[in-house]
Design a protein around this ligand. Structure first.
Ligand code: ZN
Length: 159
């Protein structure tokens, strides 16, 4: 008994092998694997399922599900609770992601933008013209006049 003969016997009937083929299949890993594969590829016998089994299957599955008359109050409340929970989890993850990501983005850009007006008033992308920038654009004598109209010490300190 060699593998080819065993495989031929398996192809004929994998469930009812001659005794010598059965002995070879038990000893030979390749042939026993081929037998299992052949069995898996075979069509399921029609007699396994009783008549009408697949016709009644959807109805029986539906009958095993939670009954619909009670689906008025509590299931909907449960669904709302589940939805709220999912949303909370989702938003939690979303905010967690934002919280983890924010320092990378804003620490590099926002603090400089907040400090720049005092440090570098002539930067072109600042918000409008603040008082110091307007004062610097004036000719020196007019700037002095403006400064005289103000409290002199805060103006000079800020410069
Ligand atoms: Zn073999």
């Amino acid at each position: 008994m060699n593998c080819l003969e065993a495989l031929a016997a398996i192809e004929v009937d994998p469930l009812d092998l001659p005794p010598e083929v059965e002995a070879h299949v038990k000893a030979c890993a390749g042939c026993s694997e081929a037998r299992v594969t052949w069995l898996a590829m075979e069509d399921a016998p029609a007699a396994v399922a009783p008549a009408g089994y697949f016709d009644q299957l959807p109805g029986r599955v539906l009958r095993k599900l939670p009954s619909r008359p009670r689906a008025g109050d509590r299931p909907s409340a449960l669904w709302a609770l589940a939805a709220a929970l999912l949303m909370a989890v989702g938003f939690g993850g979303f905010w967690l992601g934002r919280a983890n990501r924010q320092p990378l983005v804003e620490a590099t850009y926002t603090p400089p933008a907040a400090e720049l007006p005092a440090a570098l008033p002539e930067t072109p992308f600042m918000e409008g013209d603040d008082e110091v920038a307007q004062l610097r654009r004036l000719p020196p004598d007019k700037a002095a006049t403006v400064l005289e109209g103000l409290e002199p010490k805060p103006a000079k300190d800020s410069k």
